[in-house]
Every structure is written in structure tokens, then in C-alpha cells.
Design a protein around this ligand. Structure first.
Ligand SMILES: C[S@@+](CC[C@H](N)C(=O)[O-])C[C@H]1O[C@@H](n2cnc3c(N)ncnc32)[C@H](O)[C@@H]1O
Length: 296
């Protein structure tokens, strides 16, 4: 059996997503990060009969998988290979304006991390790519091998919140060219020194480079106000993030929309996290943080 067929993505906080969106029979929803379609399926099941879903993903491979997984709902879904930063235009073009709920499940899927040979994983020898969108020109290779020392420090310390960014950048420069994810992980581990905790010392650096390659924070900043504007009154926006930097940004954007624009009500003061049972069965869920807002 190949790695591709063994790896699949288990959706996180699925029940909470359906409840957070208050999915109703016959409702219309947008999944901005359809991935392999796990959350989309749950939304389609809960909105059946008559529910409809627009699914967006930047990764054509993920969309292909979603198309297969959601075959039973083929008459009720529209799948689009695009960046959710263009959400308003996509929704308008596809006739999904307004909608009853919008979901963003940020980051990358298990298939991308473990089965894609795309450089997201620091455990196997893979080309340094890390693009969600294969049409994009800049890959992780350019960031690692062509950025100046100052720019590398900036990326690693800002997006990775990595206090050892200076040392890591120096080690990277001394070891260029670095062509694979495993090589990069070894260079970072050498720079990070010290004993390894439960997380690999390259975790934060990989996160930072991935965020830089895919403009992840900018995309989030651009999508949230568009999402709010597409919701019907009482419609719900659910966002799941996987690290504190992203979650802080979402919290602040929600605050702006609720206090300044007065366009949403924040439904949960504290983030919603997975139960111990969920973390036990799906380790990837351990860092998930979910926030819910309602259009007013
Ligand atoms: C955590 S996975 C989603 C998994 C999905 N909820 C499921 O149940 O299978 C995140 C997905 O978002 C996609 N993605 C990341 N940034 C994106 C963007 N700016 N626009 C569209 N899709 C994006 C990734 O390609 C990935 O497939």
C-alpha cells in the first residue's frame, strides 16, 4: 500500500463546527478550506435535504480528493480551486451570496503534511516546496536559499515566534544550498541545540516558512470582513486555527468587527478546544482553537 492511500485527514471538532454554524435543513454554506471534505460532508449531512455547499481550496490535489469523498452530494456542491482571500468574488460568481454559514479550518491537512512529498514534513526527505497552490512561483526553497539573513530572522521570529531565530538563520546561511525538508530540519536542530522536548526543534521554523510562502496571515486578514459581509442576519462564521499567532489575529479581527463595525456578535468568550478523547484519537487536533461569530 502506498503512503498516499494510508494517509487521510480526520476533521477536527466536527460536531462543534456543525453546532457553531447552527446548520439547518436546506441551508447554504461555504467551506473556505474544503481540504478532503470532512467538514463539508458533516455540513451537507446536517443540512440535508436541500442544503447546498460551496467548497474552496487552493490545492487542486485536495479538491480532487474532496470531489471523490463528496460524490454522494455531487448535485449539492460546487467546488472551486481558488484562494479564500477572493471569497466575495468567488461567492458572487457562484451564486452563493448571501449564505447561512461560513467555515475556515486553517493550516494544512494530514494528507499535505504526510502524504504529499511537498516539503511540509521535517521527518522525510522531500523537496523544499510548501506551496498550497502549485501555480504560485515562490516556494520554500527560495525563502530558505535566497532570503537575506535579516529577512530570515524576521520570518522565523515573527511567524514562528521562535526565540532562536538568529542562530537558526546563521546556521541556514552557512549550510546553503539546502534542498530538502530533512536537510533543513537537521540544520535547524543543530542550531537549536539543547535537549528535544515533545516537539521537534524545527516545528516553529517550518511553520514560519510555510506561513511566509503562502501569505497565510495576510489571507486571514483579507477574508474575515468579506466572510461577515456574505452572511445573512443570524448567519454564523466559524474559524479553527492551530497556533497562537493565528488565533490572536482572529480574536482581534472578531473584536474589530463586533466593537467597531458592530457587524457580528462573538459567541464564545473563550476558545473552543477539542475534548481529551478527541485529542487521544486524533493527535493533530491537540492545538485546535475554534471561534464562532454571528452576523447581526
Ligand atoms: C486543515 S485543512 C482543511 C481540512 C478540511 N476541513 C477537512 O475536513 O478535510 C486546510 C486546507 O486549507 C487549504 N488552504 C490553506 N490556505 C488557503 C487559502 N488561502 N485559500 C484556500 N484554501 C486554503 C489547504 O490547502 C488545506 O487543504
Amino acid at each position: 500500500m502506498s503512503v498516499m492511500t494510508m494517509t487521510y485527514h480526520v476533521p477536527v471538532l466536527t460536531q462543534q463546527v456543525v453546532e457553531g454554524l447552527q446548520v439547518k435543513v436546506g441551508g447554504r454554506y461555504i467551506d473556505c478550506t474544503v481540504g478532503e471534505g470532512g467538514h463539508s460532508r458533516a455540513i451537507l449531512e446536517a443540512s440535508s435535504p436541500g442544503g447546498q455547499l460551496l467548497g474552496i481550496d487552493l490545492d487542486p490535489q485536495a479538491l480532487g480528493t474532496a470531489e471523490g469523498n463528496l460524490h454522494a452530494f455531487r448535485d449539492l456542491i460546487t467546488l472551486t480551486n481558488d484562494n479564500f482571500r477572493n471569497l466575495k468574488q468567488i461567492a458572487f460568481d457562484q451564486g452563493f451570496d448571501p449564505v447561512d454559514g461560513i467555515l475556515l479550518d486553517l493550516g494544512l491537512s494530514s494528507l499535505q503534511l504526510e502524504g504529499g512529498n511537498r516539503g511540509f514534513s521535517f521527518r522525510t526527505e522531500e523537496p523544499l516546496d510548501m506551496r498550497f497552490d502549485p501555480r504560485q512561483e515562490v516556494t520554500a526553497w527560495e525563502v530558505v536559499n535566497q532570503y537575506s539573513r535579516e529577512d530570515l530572522i524576521q520570518v522565523i521570529s515573527t511567524y514562528g515566534e521562535e526565540y532562536r531565530a538568529d542562530r537558526i538563520a546563521r546556521e541556514v546561511l552557512e549550510n546553503r544550498p539546502i534542498d530538502t525538508s530533512l536537510q533543513l530540519a537537521q540544520v535547524v536542530a543543530k542550531a537549536a541545540r539543547g535537549p528535544w522536548g515533545r516537539t521537534h526543534p524545527a516545528t516553529r521554523t517550518f511553520q514560519a516558512i510555510r506561513m511566509e510562502v503562502n501569505n497565510e496571515l495576510e489571507n486571514i486578514e483579507l477574508v474575515l470582513a468579506q466572510a461577515v459581509s456574505l452572511l445573512t442576519l443570524g448567519g454564523r462564521l466559524v474559524v479553527i486555527s492551530y497556533h497562537s499567532l493565528e488565533d490572536r489575529l482572529i480574536k482581534n479581527l472578531f473584536r474589530q468587527e463586533s466593537r467597531e463595525a458592530r457587524s457580528i456578535r462573538v459567541m464564545n468568550k473563550k476558545v473552543i478546544s477539542p475534548s481529551r478523547d478527541e485529542v487521544r484519537t486524533n493527535r493533530r487536533s491537540r492545538s485546535a482553537r475554534m471561534r464562532v461569530a454571528e452576523r447581526i
